[in-house]
Design a protein around this ligand. Structure first.
Ligand SMILES: [Zn+2]
Length: 262
């Protein structure tokens, strides 16, 4: 599942390609034909990333194109003349210079402003999008759920996924099962700041990098980019990494480094 940095980067990339241009919009697969017909020929005025949601705004309608990639959604870009659509292309955006195809999303739909407001209300503050850190602090102070569960809850903090969760908890040396409300406020604020910094690096590099180059000399393999996520042993102490299933996603942590409970 793409994490928040991917969604923000997509919004930036699509804005760069298409902002203030008239787009040909179609649904080669047919499952978004009515929506595509509504948008076809309109000018693309704004791309917005909200946690894991993309919201695309248009010149001649208050309706907003809402895309959620889910586990399988992906975009492909073409320069110049695009190929014939192949496979289940839900949405195709075209200008004379570029084409973008979307396949396999969980959501690709037109929403009215009321429905868009409902998404905004449902999504927690986004550390990449000037999110309100106070909302995050208040939500953490209220819940007995573990900090590991809370970091994956998009209503509490938007954009953090399974990789960032594991790495942020490691970087803070936090025991993942600690109830969020037992953490000191300064610990919670530091988690937010770390999420914000890591996600920004992710937008820039298109990768989840949580280890600074000086902390991991040598080639930047996937293994070299992470502290605990999907690693067999801890980068720092060589202890075996523990795993547990939490909210259907595998949590990774080092039981000897991550002992902080405050
Ligand atoms: Zn360790």
């Amino acid at each position: 599942m793409p994490e928040g940095h991917t969604i923000h980067r997509l919004a930036q990339d699509h804005a760069k390609l298409y902002l203030n241009q008239e787009l040909a919009v179609s649904s080669p697969q047919g499952r978004f034909s009515d929506g595509a017909a509504e948008l076809d020929g309109q000018t693309f005025t704004r791309a917005e990333a909200l946690g894991k949601h993309l919201l695309y705004h248009w010149s001649d309608t208050p309706l907003v194109l809402h895309i959620h990639l889910g586990l399988f959604g992906r975009f492909r870009n073409w320069r110049g003349e695009p190929p014939e659509p192949k496979g289940a292309i839900r949405l195709r955006l075209t200008t004379p210079d570029h084409t973008t195809d979307l396949s396999g999303p969980t959501a690709c739909e037109l929403l009215d402003p009321v429905a868009v407001d409902a998404i905004r209300a449902r999504i927690g503050p986004d550390p990449l999008g000037n999110g309100d850190v106070e909302r995050f602090v208040r939500a953490c102070a209220k819940t007995r759920r573990s900090i590991a569960a809370v970091l994956m809850d998009q209503k509490v903090i938007a954009g953090v996924g399974n990789v960032y969760r594991a790495e942020m908890l490691y970087r803070a040396r936090l025991a993942p099962m600690t109830p969020a409300k037992e953490l000191r406020e300064q610990t919670v604020r530091a988690l937010w700041d770390d999420a914000s910094m890591l996600l920004k690096i992710g937008v820039r590099t298109k990768r989840i990098v949580t280890v600074r180059p000086e902390e991991s000399p040598g080639r930047r393999t996937r293994d070299g980019r992470h502290w605990v996520y999907k690693r067999p042993s801890c980068r720092t102490c060589s202890q075996d990494i523990e795993t547990a299933s939490l909210a259907n996603r595998t949590l990774y942590w080092c039981p000897s480094c991550q002992v902080e409970t405050r």
